[in-house]
Design a protein around this ligand. Structure first.
Ligand SMILES: Nc1ncnc2c1ncn2[C@@H]1O[C@H](COP(=O)(O)OP(=O)(O)OP(=O)(O)O)[C@@H](O)[C@H]1O
Ligand SMILES: [Mg+2]
Length: 267
């Protein structure tokens, strides 16, 4: 696929010492309970540095999505702190919070494309997320440079030839690749991906996951992805963290883990 070839040509060197890199996401003493559901997150401490690829695993209902949503303050935690790029999310003004969120690309299980718009227009929406104001770019209104950038993002995910197709005429795998192109168009520093390939068949899931991780590494982005696929966690992450019973009970480099060790988080 052309996207993979281009990645190989442009791979960026990894930084020599991880500890020198800035902390993009820091969570301290985070607690969250929902009425009726009891405590979901209890005293979570976590630091994720620039360029790390981190898999977040845990059984259904263990709080993975809640943790990602607290990181963006889409859910208000009961106590504890969250810092994004060194700024306290809980104390940020509305404007500051918008600027912090603009640096985070969100990819979810449901790709949330606008069905009636073209693939290219959907990718252009990623550019909207990085600027303030309610302007929406449609394909025909976007400046030439932005269209060229969106086409490049589509080329990266191997879908430039489908730029003019309506989003509701794509397969699940193609839709998820467009969602990744849209997130890249946002030019984020950090990507939070909540089960990005869960709706895809195993072959498409493998292909999209590899592409996704290659692209984030090539751009030097920090990546946190939720997955129930333990092979994906071990293959595509530098580090695996796991939630169980509301607590972070696993935080290890992927190289030191195997599938049996990860299964313990579900036991
Ligand atoms: N808005 C909410 N109101 C009440 N309870 C909620 C809310 N959001 C999540 N919960 C509960 O919090 C718990 C954790 O949910 P969360 O979605 O974070 O789990 P998860 O680890 O992402 O699970 P899955 O693997 O199924 O996606 C669940 O028991 C869920 O029912
Ligand atoms: Mg979830």
């Amino acid at each position: 696929m052309p996207a993979i070839v281009r990645l190989a040509e442009t791979s960026a060197p990894k930084a020599a010492r991880t500890s020198d890199l800035p902390i993009d996401l820091a969570v301290g003493g985070l607690c969250k309970a929902f009425r009726g559901a009891g405590p979901v997150l209890c005293d979570i401490d976590l630091e994720i540095r620039r360029g790390e690829a981190v898999a977040l695993i845990g059984a259904n209902g263990s709080g993975k999505s809640t943790l990602l949503r607290c990181a963006l303050r889409l859910i208000e935690p009961d106590s504890g702190s969250v810092q994004l790029f060194g700024s306290d999310v809980g104390k940020a003004s509305r404007a500051r919070l918008c600027r912090l969120r603009a640096r985070v690309g969100l990819v979810s299980q449901r790709h949330n494309l606008v069905p009636r718009l073209s693939v290219l227009s959907n990718v252009l929406h990623g550019a909207q997320a990085r600027r303030s104001g309610p302007r929406i770019w449609y394909q025909s209104l976007a400046p030439h440079t932005e269209r060229a950038e969106a086409m490049d993002c589509l080329d990266r995910v191997g879908l430039a030839h489908l730029a003019g197709r309506r989003a509701d005429q794509l397969s699940g795998g193609q839709s998820q690749r467009v969602a990744i192109a849209r997130a890249l168009m946002q030019a984020p520093d950090l990507v939070l991906a909540d089960e990005p390939v869960a709706s895809l068949d195993p072959a498409a899931g493998e292909e999209v996951m590899r592409l996704f991780v290659d692209l984030t590494r090539w751009r030097g982005l920090t990546l946190v992805f939720v997955s129930h696929d333990l092979d994906h966690a071990l293959t595509y992450a530098d580090r695996v963290i796991g939630l169980r019973g509301g607590r972070l009970t696993l935080d290890q480099p992927a190289a030191r883990l195997d599938v049996d060790a990860l299964r313990g988080i579900y036991g």
